[in-house]
Design a binder for this molecule. Structure first.
Ligand SMILES: [Zn+2]
Length: 469
């Protein structure tokens, strides 16, 4: 791999990283991604979780189970990534009235059973399928979430801020939020970015699996046919700054490692990884290295662990990869068969196909997922870990025991078994995300006080022209 970019060790502070305080240096043989002091700080933070584990009662008894249940039920549980949105739009799926026996991961009843209080609905636009109409598809997905909230005002509500989540939760309603997955949705246009913010979008992953015209993705970083930018273009940096100014969380899930470090230097507010796991345990480019996790500590951000089997278990990832060519062929046949079908018919055929193919590889144990949460808690710190399920976006590949949002209490039960205190569990279940959301709002207010203006370069014409080449 090319020399990794790392955040300069001298800049490690406990405060959210301020771009003016940051520089980016190339990693050298003797250059470490983190300073000794920062390591100590991280270890001290993590110590609290280890201490809790040591002092935790060793009884895996009924008492502990009841305790875990009580902890889960009293927590404000926030999941930062579900792809259910496409079901809403393409299948006409209704969160309050799912078909009998629906295999999906999320509906209002499942959320209630799992005490899931808030969901960030992913606004993901397939970059191939919707070429030339990214904004239109983005708006249609946003509308689909609003339509659900409008149809079930007694059960769910659109939320736009950290305080909104707290208030709506207190009213006993399910909180619906939105995050854009893939910077291509803004079509290189700051005006569209602002429009999405006005419509309630509160995070955006700088890329999806595709490199766009201003930021590199981990999904195609080794594809020589794709034009890369060594992380991000100047326009990309300005997108990050504009997100800070608006109060939209910068999401680094899916980006390349270089983009990650550049995003940290560009962002004045803490960032999130809405659905990313740990590369030290499962070595895939979509996961985060320990250096990246430590950089998140210093940035003050939060890593929401992805539940996808291929991201949390190497054995599963290898077995699934081995199916690749055969599955690709079968997928092509399915696509051909349903080429002219309506969206719903096609989506349901795809669902059946995904379930069949997921069943070909044994599911990882639940402990694999907990290992990732535990690892991020240890390396980044207990204040920097959360849940980003990727429900309904992972082709039905979830660890054993987790079939839907209704099974979230099992995660808390496992954390309690491993010695996590009630306080630690609540941070993981939603507290950490809420803190970062508030910090991002504070930076928005700070920048407003400073008189920060919208960037002059509203649309990156260079990038648009580049697209035509
Ligand atoms: Zn994703």
């Amino acid at each position: 791999m090319a020399s990794a970019l790392v955040v300069s060790a001298s800049l490690f502070a406990q405060q959210p990283v301020v771009s003016s305080q940051l520089s980016v240096v190339s990693k050298t043989n003797n250059g470490s991604a983190v300073s000794e002091q920062s390591l100590k700080n991280t270890m001290a933070k993590n110590g609290s979780s280890e201490k809790t584990q040591r002092s935790a009662s060793k009884n895996g008894s009924k008492g502990a189970i009841a305790n875990a249940k009580a902890i889960h039920e009293s927590a404000l549980v926030i999941d930062t990534h579900a792809d259910t949105t496409q079901r809403l739009l393409d299948e006409g799926f209704d969160l309050a009235n799912p078909p009998a026996g629906d295999p999906g991961h999320l509906d209002l009843a499942k959320a209630k059973r799992g005490n899931l209080d808030a969901e960030f609905f992913s606004i993901w636009v397939d970059p191939e399928k919707y070429k030339g109409e990214y904004a239109h598809r983005t708006l249609a997905l946003i509308d689909a979430v609003y339509q659900q909230a409008a149809a079930h005002p007694d059960k769910m509500k659109m939320c736009y801020s950290a305080e909104d989540i707290v208030r709506t939760h207190a009213q006993g309603k399910f909180c619906a939020l939105m995050g854009i997955e893939g910077g291509h949705s803004i079509e290189n246009d700051m005006g569209l970015l602002r429009d999405y913010y006005r419509l309630g979008v509160r995070y955006m992953t700088l890329t999806w699996s595709n490199t766009n015209e201003w930021a590199d993705s981990s999904g195609d970083e080794n594809d020589a046919n794709v034009k890369h930018y060594g992380g991000m273009t100047q326009f990309g940096r300005e997108v990050v700054r504009e997100m800070n100014r608006l109060g939209m969380m910068v999401d680094i899930s899916h980006v390349s490692d270089k983009t990650f470090y550049l995003a940290l230097t560009a962002s004045r507010a803490p960032v999130i990884a809405s659905h990313s796991s740990a590369r030290a345990i499962t070595n895939v480019p979509r996961n985060m290295t320990d250096d990246m996790l430590r950089a998140m500590t210093l940035n003050g951000g939060v890593v929401m662990v992805n539940f996808y089997s291929a991201f949390i278990d190497e054995k599963f990832a290898a077995a699934y990869k081995a199916l690749g060519p055969e599955k690709k062929q079968a997928q092509a046949a399915l696509d051909a068969q349903y080429k002219d079908a309506d969206d719903k018919t096609r989506a349901l055929a795809q669902q059946k196909f995904d379930i069949e193919w997921a069943a070909k590889v044994p599911r990882p144990p639940l402990s694999a997922l907990i290992d990732h949460i535990d690892h991020v808690a240890k390396v980044a710190g207990i204040d920097h870990v959360g849940l980003g399920s990727d429900f309904d976006g992972i082709s039905f590949m979830l660890p054993e025991g987790i079939d839907s949002a209704a099974d979230l209490p099992k995660i808390t039960a496992e954390l309690v078994k491993r010695g996590y205190s009630a306080e630690d569990c609540k941070k993981i279940l939603g507290g950490n995300l809420l803190r970062v959301f508030r910090d991002v709002e504070k930076m928005r207010d700070t920048m407003a006080k400073e008189g920060a203006q919208a960037p002059l370069l509203s649309r990156d014409k260079g990038a648009v022209q580049g697209k035509k080449q």
